[in-house]
Design a protein around this ligand. Structure first.
Ligand code: KIV
Length: 270
């Protein structure tokens, strides 16, 4: 079990695929721990999956810290320790100024169990912020391709579909590695580009909707469990979690309303 962000590099070097799952509260954290995730991402996708927003933009740093602390309380030691936690820096917590970016990342490390932050893009300001974070001892994970914080510019579409955009994304990936990111998430990009990045970068490339040739995969756990009604096209659910839960609760309701069940239940029901 990787104990810290830099351990993921050893995983890449030894050819062991990396598995990262998101969590947003203590229950989901316990589940992904028991499932054996290498690391837990408190992604700002929780704005949509847990808070019901249409995009990730509204979630605040305070809310991310609140959810991250809940995730920390749900961590369970499985197979040699607990997975380490990465927390997304939300929209506009790192883009306004360098000082604010460092302060936001610092709050994550000081006020939550996260030991690393993830942020989106590779604009010059973002690269400068990453550079300073890394020098100050804050591990940073990059995120390119479909970057949901730019949804109003990029949409939720597949990214880097033409050669020019692919070259630009490759240059950005190299820049993120040069600034000291310990890993890079690539979302909803062509599989061949993701695979090429795995070869060109020393750091692990973690894919989501980027083919199966990456150094690792990350998924939004609510998508994998089929809990959401906004399933992204690149994340097939493993089960119909929502349907199963609704059916189980309906069945329980039917039982509560049946006279036979009500007679049998008093000893066990509160
Ligand atoms: O917010 C999130 O859950 C993410 C994953 C999609 C990688 O960034």
């Amino acid at each position: 079990m990787p104990q810290r962000p830099s351990d993921l590099l050893l995983r890449k070097q030894s050819g062991q695929p990396i598995v990262i799952l998101t969590a947003w509260d203590a229950l989901s954290a316990a589940i992904v721990c028991e499932a054996g995730a290498d690391a837990v991402l408190v992604g700002d996708s929780l704005a949509m999956t847990a808070l019901g927003h249409a995009t990730t933009l509204p979630v605040t740093l305070g809310e991310m810290l609140h959810h991250c602390r809940a995730v920390g309380r749900g961590l369970r030691a499985e197979g040699g320790g607990t997975p380490f936690v990465i927390c997304d820096l939300p929209f506009l917590s790192y883009q306004c100024s360098l000082d604010e970016a460092i302060a936001a990342a610092g709050r994550v490390l000081k006020e939550s169990p996260a030991v690393a932050v993830k942020l989106e893009g590779a604009e010059p300001e973002t690269l400068a912020a990453i550079d300073r974070m890394v020098r100050m001892g804050i591990p940073v994970m990059g995120h390119l391709g479909l970057t949901p914080q730019s949804v109003h510019r990029l949409g939720f579409r597949r990214q880097a579909t033409d050669p020019l955009a692919q070259e630009r994304l490759s240059q950005q990936a190299l820049a993120l590695e040069a600034r000291g990111c310990f890993a890079l998430v690539v979302e909803h990009i062509p599989a061949a580009l993701a695979s090429d990045l795995c070869d060109r970068l020393r750091i692990p490339v973690i894919g989501i909707g980027a083919g199966d040739q990456c150094d690792g995969q990350v998924r939004v756990t609510a998508d994998l469990l089929g809990l959401t009604d906004r399933q992204p096209p690149f994340a097939s659910p493993l089960l119909d979690g929502r349907g199963l839960a609704v059916e189980a609760l309906k069945e329980w309701k039917r039982q509560q309303r049946s006279p036979a069940a009500r007679r049998a239940a008093p000893a066990t029901s509160p």
